[in-house]
Design a protein around this ligand. Structure first.
Ligand code: AMP
Ligand code: MG
Length: 328
């Protein structure tokens, strides 16, 4: 039984108590719903992997109610401090060296000597983090490999009965995950495009390196392969669509699709990001109900939030792993 908690004072207090007791609680951030656990409790963190059916111990992002709380556990460079001042609270995750006395369980960071930290910009998340009074490790609150959740209903569709509670804060405003930036060195490295655009980061930091331009550097563990995958196959850059396909539209759609979900009729990337995961989930459900063969996706421009949208879409379309614990 998964408790559905209202995002009021009583619900948030109960959620904080569950987190302190080592239970799993899903909660909204401005990006997507996170599956939270006490980051200092390795048993609670291990339960995240079990609930998600995650086959590997990817490092998790630690959430804090303030930059001061985060920087008590990781050591910021001067640039990281400027980035935090500019973008926190908000959808930017900074990877920084753990301090020697950092109480976060090493499982949370998958044994790395760096830790990914973030201050989310959702009032309910900030209230929960302050009440929990400890760092909260939280990947997206979906089964491993599946589409990220942007509503409490999405969370329950994947994790009902597998987690203690979900705090219902309605729909998420940004809709794609945070930008992950390795800020441990002099030149920050973009590990995952997300809610803060590359253009905005470059305006503040000057140069931002992309992992593909660096040789010999390990990529961020969670970056490769299939992810965010609906059960129907996904076809990208669709200029035309068949009657046997569901269409994820961006701007004026080509005619003839078996079902349509419009990301943004006016081509607004912010609106499209906020609707992306809901659209994939809806088309997947409707497509299966109607017996459609695939989801076709119209092209989205590779700029601003379009980079994060395209990153998620490419991985939704990537060849699916067949190993156990991953969705087909
Ligand atoms: P998720 O848990 O799905 O939000 O994904 C978190 C992302 O942050 C993944 O892409 C991880 O690989 C990345 N990440 C977390 N911690 C680190 C770290 N210490 N170094 C590099 N990447 C990290
Ligand atoms: Mg995820």
């Amino acid at each position: 039984m998964t408790l559905r908690l209202a995002a009021d004072a009583a619900g948030l207090a109960r959620a904080a108590e569950l987190l302190r007791d080592g239970e799993l609680v899903a909660f909204a951030t401005e990006t997507v719903y996170g599956l939270g656990a006490d980051a200092t409790n390795p048993t609670a963190v291990a339960a995240i992997y079990a609930a998600k059916g995650r086959p590997r111990f990817n490092p998790l992002i630690c959430h804090y109610p303030s930059a001061g709380a985060a920087f008590a556990h990781v050591a910021p460079t001067p640039l990281a401090e400027r980035l935090a001042a500019a973008f926190w609270p908000g959808p930017l995750t900074l990877v920084l060296p753990r301090r020697p006395d950092c109480p976060v369980a090493s499982l949370t960071g998958a044994g790395l000597d760096t830790l990914a930290v973030r201050v989310p910009a959702h009032p309910d998340a900030l209230a929960l983090l302050a009440a929990a009074a400890r760092p909260v490790a939280a990947p997206s609150a979906n089964r491993s490999g599946a589409v990220s959740p942007t509503s409490a209903a999405h969370v329950l569709a994947d994790l009902e009965g597998r987690i203690a509670a979900v705090v219902d804060s309605g729909a998420c405003a940004v809709g794609v995950e945070s930008t992950v930036l390795d800020a441990s060195g002099p030149i920050p490295v973009l590990l995952r495009p997300g809610g803060i655009t590359l253009e905005a980061l470059e305006a503040l930091a000057g140069q931002v390196a992309r992992p593909e331009t660096l040789s010999g550097r390990p990529r961020s563990p969670g970056l490769a392969g299939s992810h965010y995958a609906p059960s129907l196959p996904v076809r990208l850059q669709a200029a035309e669509v068949a009657a046997t396909e569901a269409l994820l539209a961006f701007g004026p759609p080509p005619p003839g699709a078996g079902a349509v979900f419009q990301l943004s009729a006016t081509g607004d990337l912010r609106e499209a990001a906020a609707r992306l995961f809901d659209g994939l989930r809806r088309l997947d459900a409707e497509g299966r109900r109607l017996g459609l063969a695939a989801i076709a996706v119209q092209a989205v421009p590779e700029r601003g939030l379009g980079r994060a949208i395209n990153d998620r879409l490419r991985r939704a379309a990537a060849p699916r792993p067949r190993s156990s614990g991953e969705r087909p």
